[in-house]
Design a protein around this ligand. Structure first.
Ligand code: SF4
Length: 418
């Protein structure tokens, strides 16, 4: 595999990082600034690889200094150059959203409420994860959330601010999906905080909504989320090897345990029986490859897909300031079988991957982006599944676009009346 294989390049850049040369550094202002994203796993440069793979490439961590990849600028064009082979690929910077320098009516900078990760909006509307608080911190060892976030925002402001940012991101960046993410709170208030926001965002914009929180003890809350129009729930258990889970995620292990993550994921995946293409419902199990053996990551993928959930697989990044700052990222060649398995397992189970329109994710490899890692891609064996997916994608995209334009028209009309 080489730099011209899109899946391989996205994966190799996660594992090896990128060195930015002086020519490219001078041209960086046109893109999004390098910011520590608050998902706890990303910190890099937002780049669009051909044919249209959005990614967040590590550039600041110490391992990047020995990367074989260089970010270069020549004749008005950015390139990723693979120095050992001298091969290069033309790439673009993710455009900087027009609203990134603006403030909410409350005075807060809009990027302190939400930022684009690829083409979707990530919002962290609550206080910092409580595993980061107190003197005996129990935060996950790879996580940088507590290094980035400030303190609790005034609750009465929060809804207004989130709505303002979502509406700007919808009208100016064309987002079709917003993801709400919280950490752990001892009183399990994470869904209580999110529900009013979800209701209002859905009512005003009709866009797809995802929720990523720890597993709530009351499973009925997930039926309610489904009824509110939530389209995706995600459970980040991170590590499938039980011993590594205890070691790496002490807080998650003490409060929830791996089994509760898996049981809640199973329950939510079972709600798909009520699936309809007007308001789809997807369950994700999220893991980090590179913090356990590739075999264990592949077992996790099998466990997740066995119940009809879709794996979200991140690549471990030793972020500056975290407990794992001095560890090495995984090797590309060890990761290729994991991500190939991700694509093949989803296709074998006929899971609905890649259905939602205009969602490009920069912090993970989507299963459909791993297609070019598989020799089975495009083979006769997978053809019926490819066809089925293509038809579903077409139906859903058309329905969804019509629905969003109705909401957009209603909002423009309301703005004119006012
Ligand atoms: S639960 Fe773990 S990964 Fe999530 S925010 Fe808290 S410390 Fe970070």
């Amino acid at each position: 595999m080489d730099i011209h294989n899109p899946g391989w390049l996205k994966l190799a850049l996660y594992c090896e990082g990128l060195r930015i040369n002086d020519a490219a550094r001078g041209e960086l202002e046109s893109g999004r600034e390098i910011m520590r994203t608050r998902a706890g796993l990303g910190s890099g440069l937002e780049v669009i690889l051909p044919p249209n793979l959005w990614t967040n490439v590590p550039v600041e961590e110490s391992f990047c200094a020995k990367s074989p990849f260089v970010f270069d600028w020549q004749d008005g064009q950015f390139y990723v150059v693979h120095e050992p082979s001298t091969e290069r690929v033309a790439v673009k910077l993710a455009p900087r959203p027009t609203w990134y320098d603006d403030h909410c009516s409350s005075g807060k900078l809009m990027t302190s409420i939400g930022t684009l990760q690829g083409t979707y909006l990530g919002v962290y509307p609550t206080k910092v994860c409580e595993f980061w608080q107190g003197k005996d911190k129990e935060n996950c060892k790879f996580c940088s959330v507590g290094l980035n976030l400030g303190s609790w925002d005034a609750p009465e402001k929060r809804l207004d601010e989130v709505i303002e940012v979502v509406e700007r991101a919808r009208s100016e960046s064309g987002i079709t999906y917003v993801d709400f993410n919280t950490g752990h709170y001892d009183d399990e208030s994470f869904l209580d905080v999110l529900e009013p926001i979800i209701k209002e965002v859905k009512r005003r914009t009709g866009i797809l909504i995802g929720v990523q929180t720890p597993p709530h003890s009351n499973l009925d809350r997930y039926r309610r989320l489904r009824d509110l129009g939530v389209n995706r729930v995600s459970f980040c258990f991170e590590i499938y090897d039980p011993e590594r889970f205890v070691e790496i995620c002490p807080g998650k292990n003490r409060v929830y345990g791996l089994e509760r993550y898996l049981d809640t994921m199973d329950f939510c995946a079972s709600l798909v029986k009520r699936q309809n293409l007007n308001e789809p419902w997807v369950t994700n199990g999220e893991i980090i490859a590179g913090l356990e053996s590739p075999e264990s990551s592949m077992q996790a993928i099998d466990r997740i897909t066995s119940v009809g959930a879709i794996p979200t697989v991140c690549v471990f990044r030793p972020l500056i300031g975290t407990a794992f700052e001095h560890m090495e990222p995984p090797k590309t060649e060890d990761m290729v079988p994991v991500f190939r398995h991700l694509y093949e397992a989803c296709m074998d189970r006929g899971l609905p991957i890649g259905l939602a329109p205009n969602i490009h994710v920069s912090l993970v490899m989507l299963p459909e982006e791993c297609q070019s890692l598989s020799p089975r891609a495009g083979s006769l064996g997978l053809l019926p599944r490819d066809l089925q997916l293509g038809i579903k994608r077409w139906v859903f995209t058309n329905k969804f676009k019509r629905k969003l334009s109705r909401y957009d028209n209603q909002r423009s009309h309301a703005a004119l009346v006012h």
